[in-house]
Design a protein around this ligand. Structure first.
Ligand code: FES
Length: 155
């Protein structure tokens, strides 16, 4: 009975997008930190995963995020020319251009994958980006995987 009540409550709740953001440590993470310390308001729908550089973000991380319950994924790092590892973001840009074209084959709508450059000084841009991505995903609705049984609950 409790399960039925929980399911009913879950079904009647308005859709709240779940966004996973893979960000580089040096720019976008610092930008997110600036947004927080500046007390800028942005949608609480994002879970940030910090990595050393966007060049380190493997496309499988994105697939795993969707499998793990995300409705959208954001990849963000240093502006071109500002990467702390010289060319990591250039490699990432090339990788994501190709990966985006392959997304359809995996059954994931490419509109659910977002890219951005946010520097450590752009807290306001980070806040705006999260609000924008959340609004776009809210309009798309929840992500429906091919095999819902593999989708894990969001924590
Ligand atoms: Fe930020 Fe490479 S260190 S993208």
């Amino acid at each position: 009975m409790t399960q039925i009540a929980a399911t009913t409550t879950e079904a009647t709740k308005p859709f709240e997008p779940r966004v996973v953001a893979f960000v580089c440590n040096w720019c976008t993470y610092a930008g997110a930190d600036l947004a927080g310390t500046s007390r800028m308001q942005y949608a609480p729908n994002v879970r940030i995963v910090k990595l050393p550089c966007t060049g380190r973000i493997d496309p499988l991380f994105v697939v795993k995020a969707f499998e793990g319950g995300a409705d959208a994924v954001l990849v963000s790092g240093c502006h071109p020319g500002d990467c702390h590892y010289t060319s990591g973001n250039y490699h990432a840009r090339r990788r994501w251009t190709i990966f985006r074209k392959l997304l359809d084959l995996t059954g994931i709508d490419p509109r659910r994958l977002h890219f951005s450059w946010v520097s450590a000084a752009e807290g306001a841009k980070f806040a705006h980006l999260i609000n924008d991505v959340t609004a776009k995903v809210r309009a798309l609705g929840p992500f429906e995987p091919h095999n819902p049984a593999r989708r894990r609950p969001w924590r």
